[in-house]
Structures are given as C-alpha cells and as structure tokens.
Design a protein around this ligand. Structure first.
Ligand code: DQA
Length: 176
C-alpha cells in the first residue's frame, strides 16, 4: 500500500513526483537583499531555474513564498494533500521556529532544508537550525544551486520511499 493510500490522499506510485518548494520570510526580497551574501538572483530567477530542472527530471513542482510563520505551517500541512516531498528554505525561522520544526515532523513527508548561504560560516545565532533537526537533510551555502541540489535530494527520497512502499505492499491474490 502506498503512503498516499495509507494517508487517504491522492498521488499514485506511478505518477510524476510532486515537490513543493517552500520559501520563508524576506526571500521575496532576493536580488536586492544583502547581495554580498545572497547574490543578485531574484526569487523568480531561482524559481525559473528550479522549474527548468524539474522539467528535465520529470517531476512537478509548486513554488511558494510566505513571510509569516503560520502561513508556512499551513503550507507544510497542505503539502500532505499534494506533494511527495518538500524543499524548504525556512530563512530566519530556521533558527527559532519550533512550530515549523513540529510541522516538518508532523507531516510525514521528506523535507530537504536548503539555504543560499552557509549558515555555519556566519553569525553564531545562525549555526543552529531547529528546523533542519526535523528535516531529512540540509543543503547550505551553494547559492541558487542549493535549491537544485535540494530538488535532486528530494527526488532520491521520493524514489526510496516508493521502492520501500512497493516492497512492503501486499501482493494481489494470484489469479485462478
Ligand atoms: C537563509 C539563511 C538565514 O539565516 C537567513 O535568515 C535567511 C536566508 C539562506 O538562504 O541563506 O533569510 O535561509
């Protein structure tokens, strides 16, 4: 039985993986926001690059950005109805938000946390990500490439989950 059958939602094992790419506060200002740290690419530029890669990797993506913590919690919860995995840049909430950490732990989907900058090479308050502690993994420090690596990692996790689910699925009764 697939995870989706178990959870009563929609996607089928054979269909294209669906990945939610979710962005937190202030990432809407990329392009002009501290370009020495985050570069000159806008979030729309990153979205276009991720969509182009998704086309070559045969997966569907939704790309969203919210400034509010509650909106991000709602988006993560909503991902259960559509996505197979989430690529998530929680931005500053990475360092503070137990609500987002709990949402990641609650939804039962693989979440790959991504950061443009290397959070371990910056101020000490950025070195801990409480959200990454609940995620499947963390990619940090490669600029927009972090998102593309995150998408690839998410697809690996979806494939693994599907393989495991197929291996554990009850076989149909032999035909008489
Ligand atoms: C960020 C790193 C965070 O520390 C910061 O608050 C951000 C962006 C990144 O992508 O490098 O807003 O998540």
């Amino acid at each position: 039985m697939s995870k989706r059958q178990r959870s009563g939602v929609t996607s089928e094992e054979g269909q294209m993986p669906r990945i939610l790419v979710l962005n937190g506060p202030n990432l809407n200002l990329l392009g002009t926001r501290e370009p020495g740290i985050y570069g000159r690419q806008t979030l729309d530029d990153i979205r276009a690059e991720v969509e182009a890669l998704a086309g070559t990797l045969a997966c569907e993506i939704r790309f969203e950005q919210f400034n509010g913590e509650g909106e991000l919690v709602t988006a993560l919860q909503g991902a259960r109805n559509w996505a197979d995995a989430v690529v998530f840049n929680p931005a500053a909430y990475s360092h503070t938000s137990l609500a987002l950490r709990d949402a990641i732990a609650a939804i039962g989907l693989p979440v790959v946390e991504v950061h443009l900058s290397n959070i371990h090479a910056r101020e000490s308050f950025r070195r801990r990500s409480v959200t990454a502690e609940a995620a499947a993994g963390l990619i940090s420090g490669f600029g927009a490439e972090s998102y593309r690596l995150g998408l690839r990692a998410a697809l690996v996790l979806v494939r693994e989950a599907r393989t495991q689910s197929a291996a554990g699925a009850p076989r149909s009764a032999p035909k008489e």
